[in-house]
Design a protein around this ligand. Structure first.
Ligand code: ZN
Ligand code: ZN
Length: 260
C-alpha cells in the first residue's frame, strides 16, 4: 500500500492510498491533482472517503464521478454532493481490502467524521479531515469546545503508531503557538526542528503520529499542568482556580484564533 499526500490549493493535502492497481482518495477538494496522479500511475479510482462538507474537501467529487468505479462514503449529517453513501460513528466500510471504522468527531463541523483502519504489515491509518492537525486542531465553526475536546481525545486514544493524515499543512504555524503555550516541553523543540527541516527540503510534515501528537500537541494535552497554567495566565479572570481540561481547551482554542 502506498500513501501519497497530493498538494492542492494553498495548503491542502488530498490523501491518495493505492495498492498498485486501485486507489482511494480522501476529501478531493480539487479533481485535477487526483486525476493527474491516477493517470500517471495507471490507477483505477475504487472509492472516495469524505470527512465533512467544506468546499476544499468535496469540491472535486462530481468531476471524479466519471472515472470512479466504487462508492463515495460521506458523513450522515452534512450537506453533500449527491449521491453518496451515508455513514456515521460505529459503521465500518471496506475499500482496497481495508476495513475503515467510522468515528464521529464533531467540532470543526457538526457532522464531521474520521476513518481509521488497521493495515496488515504497516502502521494504522487515520484520515481525520480538519479535526486534528499536527501540533494543532481545527477551528470550531459549528461545534462546542466540549464536543471538539471529546473528539480529539477519541483520536488520541488510537494506537500510538497510527499515521495521522491531516488535510492541511499547518504544522509550522501550529508549532509557533504550541511553543508559546508549552515552552518547557523538550519534545516540542525536537519535533519543531525536524518539521522545519522537512519543510525547508520541500517535504510534507505529514502524516503525523498519534504518539508524537500526544507529546507535543497542546490541544491533546489540556489535562497537563503546564497547559493549565498557560491557560490560567492568559485568561485569569475567566477560568476557575482549577480549570477542567475542557476549560483549558476552550481557552487555548480562542487564544490561537487571535495568535499571529
Ligand atoms: Zn474544514
Ligand atoms: Zn480544510
Amino acid at each position: 500500500m502506498t500513501l501519497t499526500p497530493l498538494p492542492a490549493f494553498d495548503d491542502n493535502y488530498l490523501w491518495l492510498l493505492d495498492n498498485g492497481r486501485e486507489a482511494l482518495v480522501v476529501d478531493p477538494g480539487d479533481a485535477a491533482p487526483v486525476a493527474a496522479a491516477l493517470d500517471a500511475r495507471g490507477l483505477t479510482l475504487a472509492g472516495i472517503l469524505l470527512t465533512h462538507h467544506h468546499g476544499d474537501h468535496v469540491g472535486g467529487v462530481n468531476a471524479l464521478r466519471d472515472r470512479l468505479q466504487g462508492p463515495i462514503y460521506a458523513p450522515a449529517r452534512e450537506q453533500m454532493p449527491e449521491p453518496v453513501q451515508r455513514v456515521q460513528g460505529g459503521d465500518a466500510v471496506t475499500l482496497l481490502g481495508l476495513r475503515f471504522s467510522v468515528l464521529d468527531v464533531p467540532g470543526h463541523t457538526a457532522g464531521h467524521i474520521a476513518y481509521f483502519a488497521e493495515v496488515p504489515g504497516a502502521d494504522p491509518l487515520l484520515f481525520c479531515g480538519d479535526t486534528l492537525f499536527s501540533a494543532g486542531c481545527g477551528r470550531l465553526f459549528e461545534g462546542t469546545p466540549t464536543q471538539m475536546h471529546a473528539s480529539l481525545q477519541s483520536l488520541a486514544a488510537l494506537p500510538l503508531q497510527t499515521r495521522v493524515c491531516c488535510a492541511h499543512e499547518y504544522t509550522l504555524s501550529n508549532l509557533r503557538f504550541a511553543r508559546e503555550v508549552d515552552p518547557a516541553n523538550p519534545a516540542l523543540t525536537t519535533y519543531a526542528a525536524w518539521c522545519e527541516a522537512e519543510r525547508a527540503a520541500g517535504r510534507p510534515t505529514l502524516p503525523a503520529r498519534v504518539g508524537t501528537e500526544r507529546q507535543i500537541n497542546p490541544f491533546l494535552r489540556c489535562a497537563e499542568p503546564a497547559l493549565r497554567e498557560s491557560a490560567r495566565r492568559h485568561a485569569p479572570l475567566k477560568l476557575p482556580a482549577v480549570p477542567s481540561p475542557v476549560d483549558v481547551f476552550a481557552t487555548l482554542r480562542e487564544w490561537k484564533n487571535g495568535f499571529r
